[in-house]
Design a protein around this ligand. Sequence first.
Ligand code: NAP
Length: 309
Amino acid sequence: MKVLFVAGDPKPERWTVPIKELLPEAEIHVWDANGPTVDADYAIVWQPPAELFEREKKLKAVFNLGAGIDGLLAVPNLPPHLPVVRLEDAGMSVQMAEYVLHQLLEASRGMETYREQQREGIWKIHRPIKRSEWPVGVMGLGHIGKRVARTLSDLDYRVNGWARSEHDLEGVTTFAGADSLPHFLQSTRVLVNTLPLTEETRDILNYTHLSQLMPGAVVINVGRGEHLVEDDLLRAIDDSHVARASLDVFRQEPLPSDHPFWQRPEITITPHISARTLRDATLEQITGKIRAHHSGQSITGIVDTSRGY
Ligand code: NAP
């Protein structure tokens, strides 16, 4: 079996050495734009060039080094029937739950206020949190959204969850489909986006939707930058309808230094770190699936390219 690694890492051996250890029966190759065709059976990729699919015609499946496959599906020449396999959790959902909890606590426990007080040497106690005032709404109830929803519900926050299909999650009030979105938003003060980027979800964090949230809303975006209409967020903040936003993903990354978000005290910016790809867990999952697929077993995580996730 031949496996081709295509990820533009200047030190590909960081990946190929563990891949060889986990999959000793395979011949491992690194993509070379000027090199010959390898006739690979499997490709492990992150943002591959379009030439990959022009050149490698014997691929049986392509494994994405991330959960979001919007970038891969946009590559021209991706053969329509080639199985595309996304990363399933692989240590990301726990990181996402931590990140979202941290951002939520900043707001619900007023941590910024205490930091300001410390700077001025002020010892002042504010009233305790009323959880009923901080209902959270998680958009997307997949590997990541479910873990986020469960974590916050375990801490006695009121949690709503919204997905395309019906879900039954203990401690979470669930909503399904576009028709239920207004009801979900109106019951939510802290909106957490964990959706994949698809034609249906692009621009979903827009003024119409943000203005349906409960007053003093908080927006936490860990999905993709293209989910958020940036000017609409600024407008909702200027209206004082949205009180703060924590953004980990942006339409343009790195976020340009003259971007207005940098100047807004209501916005917390992190550089796409809410859930890092963990190499060991990632490669264990992918090589396990390659071995299973090669021996004719079914594998999970194959993307439905028609719905985009
Ligand atoms: P997933 O398991 O595929 O879950 C996606 C969820 O979104 C599902 O619950 C799905 O509904 C729901 N959904 C999709 N389209 C929808 C629509 N039109 N309306 C309502 N709900 C919709 O994905 P995941 O592993 O949780 O990852 C989610 C996303 O997180 C990724 O695509 C990626 O963009 C992002 N991500 C970001 C980072 C980061 O560092 N910032 C890291 C990893 C992932 P159903 O359950 O009904 O199918």
